[in-house]
Design a protein around this ligand. Structure first.
Ligand SMILES: Cc1ncc(COP(=O)(O)O)c(C=O)c1O
Length: 384
């Protein structure tokens, strides 16, 4: 079981949950701006470009704010690349474990950098990437695990993500960049160990690439992250290898900047209190089941234990066990913390569950905008 990384409710402690429809993701743009300012500071001091991994957080209505602070975005394929070019500014790097021949030219035309997963993919597509004036990079697999669980470990045995460094003798022709990613919501120490593990490979091929991207998973915006140490490490690496540096976090951008508001629909009893809510983890925050992890509940307090779950048919559609001051009543609003990343990009309408509305709140001005509500047509439109 993973721990939630949330540092607490922050300004959401004062947010009136009845101001939004239910369910609803509420993003605090003031907190998002604080995260972005931290990242911009690190980027400037460490002379390292920071790109937003759209797979984690792709709320394009906030793209102007994000693009003001970061150097660009990272896409996982054609549709994210199109979204990036339409809404976000800066550089665009596209990585996929394998590219589809039919989509490649469009991806290359949109992207500044194409990160390939293997020398064979480079062999197949490099001419087309160069014709589109896109940089060519290779994602290496550092064969050094740091993630706590295999589900989130790109270096787990048999991984398809990145080319194992033990299999690389010479670098493919035409390479401009080198990419690696093996962390997941982690601090500086795992990154330092990774760099040490991969350093002999990077040194051996020095001069064969002009930039190095250290992937995502760096929780730089958490208060206890050693940002000074990160800056030192990046400066040292840059000088040692003579390359430009990138990192591409996703989680760190939206960290603790959003809640998911829901409503208790009913409370039943089966060896304890069971609360059924309009938040379905399988539909709205699937990592709760997949990781699994227990998201923090806003204002959790008291000694009445209630197991909360969704209104779907899935037996395991359970959020977790939570303490309330009194048994919750039907209609009572609840909210889970730190729900910006890997949530709204992953929602589904399984069981006809409603997609949460999207709202932007500013905790400094108290301005609230409901920017999107979904309806029956969104559900029907994805089926035929
Ligand atoms: C290649 C790559 N880059 C960046 C990220 C973003 O990671 P995070 O959101 O943990 O910072 C991921 C996450 O899976 C990834 O696979």
């Amino acid at each position: 079981m993973l721990r939630t990384q949330s540092s607490g409710p922050g300004s959401f402690a004062d947010f009136d949950l009845s101001r939004v429809p239910s369910p609803c993701f509420v993003v605090d743009e003031a907190r998002l701006r604080q995260n972005l300012e931290i990242l911009r500071g690190v980027s400037a001091t460490a002379d390292t470009k920071i790109l937003l991994a759209l797979k984690a957080f792709a709320m394009w209505s906030l793209a102007p704010l994000i693009s003001e602070h970061l150097s660009g975005t990272v896409a996982s394929g054609l549709w994210e690349a199109k979204l990036a070019r339409k809404h976000f500014g800066g550089e665009l790097a596209t990585y996929a474990p394998a590219f589809k021949t039919s989509e490649f030219d469009e991806i290359a035309a949109l992207s500044d950098h194409i990160v390939f997963n293997s020398p064979a993919q480079i062999g197949r597509f490099s001419n087309r990437a160069l014709a589109a004036k896109a940089d060519i990079a290779l994602r290496i697999n550092p064969e050094h695990s740091e993630a706590e669980i295999a589900l989130y470990d790109p270096c787990a045995s048999g991984s398809r993500l990145g080319y194992p460094i033990s299999q690389i003798e010479t670098l493919p022709d035409g390479l401009t960049g080198m990419h690696l990613h093996n962390l997941c919501e982690q601090g500086l120490e795992p990154l330092k160990r990774t760099v040490e593990a991969v350093r002999p490979f990077l040194e051996a091929h020095k001069g064969g690439y002009r930039w190095l991207n250290l992937g995502g998973g760096h929780l730089v915006t958490r208060n206890d992250y050693d940002r000074g140490g990160l800056i030192e490490l990046l400066q040292e690496l840059r000088a040692d290898l003579g390359v430009d540096l990138y990192i591409e976090p996703g989680t760190a951008i939206g960290f603790d900047a959003a809640i998911l508001v829901g409503e208790v629909l009913d409370v039943t009893e089966n060896q304890g209190l069971v609360g059924i809510t309009d938040i379905s983890p399988t539909c709205h925050m699937p990592d709760v089941i997949e990781a699994p992890y227990r998201p923090a509940l806003l204002g959790e307090d008291g000694d009445v234990n209630v197991r909360l779950g969704g209104a779907s048919c899935l037996s395991g559609d359970i959020i977790g066990d939570y303490n309330f001051a009194a048994a919750p009543k039907s209609g009572q609003r609840i909210a889970f913390l730190d729900q910006a990343h890997y949530t709204m990009v992953k929602t589904t309408t399984f069981n006809g569950a409603h997609l949460p509305a999207l709202a932007i709140w500013n905790s400094e001005t108290d301005a609230l905008r409901i920017i999107k509500e979904f309806d029956y047509e969104d559900f029907e439109g994805r089926l035929s």
